[in-house]
Design a protein around this ligand. Structure first.
Ligand code: SF4
Length: 97
């Protein structure tokens, strides 16, 4: 996407918001710490506990499907998004024997 800065602040905001999903009503608002990637030196059990609680919020979220569509087009940073936790070190891959 090419941004036209000559359109001023309104044009810049329009460019930013054009590809942004409408996630109003998202249940993660106000609880970002649950969704954050593993913290340096955080115990793996603590990360898992946070992420399980984040996933539980996502499963009750009224915009889960829109969030899932939005997340499918993006690379995540290790955060929980749309009820999906990042693969943590040491966690076996799905389908691994
Ligand atoms: S599905 Fe989860 S990450 Fe997506 S908006 Fe809802 S609470 Fe937030």
């Amino acid at each position: 996407m090419r941004t036209d800065y000559s359109a001023g602040l309104v044009g810049l905001l329009e460019a930013i918001l054009t590809d942004t999903a409408n996630l109003s009503g998202a249940l993660c608002v106000g609880s970002p710490e649950l969704f954050d990637p593993p913290l340096p030196y955080e115990d793996a059990a603590d990360t898992r506990y946070r992420h399980e609680n984040a996933e539980a919020l996502c499963h009750r979220c009224p915009v889960l499907e829109r969030c899932r569509d939005w997340a499918a087009q993006r690379r995540t940073d290790g955060s929980v998004v749309a009820a999906r936790s990042p693969r943590l070190p040491g966690r076996p891959r799905s389908g691994a024997a």
